[in-house]
Design a protein around this ligand. Structure first.
Ligand SMILES: [Zn+2]
Length: 144
């Protein structure tokens, strides 16, 4: 994941430094900042973990979230990744949330890089509908 909590504040891996105490926004467990020359900076749970936020995120998925956020920001939208969308159908962590420049409209982008079953797509979409946040699903292909 690209974000974590540090001293109660949301922080971005890209501008964080090693050595501080970071925690998962979902489960609250400590997470490690992975930052180097090759991989995109991100936070990782310490194994073993059963946190749903720790599962199955690929480098391509992280790259897509950053690229989408940056592309919408360049067009004048307010955009961020890994944003929690609260709803009565179950809280969702959107891959990217985009808000119109006037702040009146917002929508979520879900980037899917790994196989997902239809009931999961349906449940997540219902959560967005309950929160009155339109969602656009985007599939990405692997480079391999
Ligand atoms: Zn967690």
């Amino acid at each position: 994941m690209l974000t974590a909590n540090c001293n109660g504040l949301r922080v971005d891996a890209a501008i964080s430094a090693k050595g501080a105490a970071y925690h998962c926004p979902s489960c609250g467990q400590p997470v490690t900042l992975r930052k180097g020359q090759i991989k995109i900076a991100h936070f990782a749970h310490k194994p073993p973990t059963d946190c749903s936020w720790a599962k199955g995120e690929t480098a391509e998925h992280r790259e897509a979230k950053i690229a989408l956020r940056d592309a919408f920001r360049k067009m004048g939208y307010i955009a961020d990744y890994e944003v929690e969308v609260l709803s009565i159908q179950g809280d969702r962590r959107a891959d990217v949330v985009v808000t119109s420049p006037d702040g009146q409209r917002r929508w979520a982008l879900e980037v899917q890089h790994t196989p997902i079953l239809f009931p999961a797509i349906e449940a997540r979409t219902k959560a967005y509908i309950a929160a009155q946040v339109p969602v656009l699903w985007m599939g990405i292909l692997s480079r391999r």
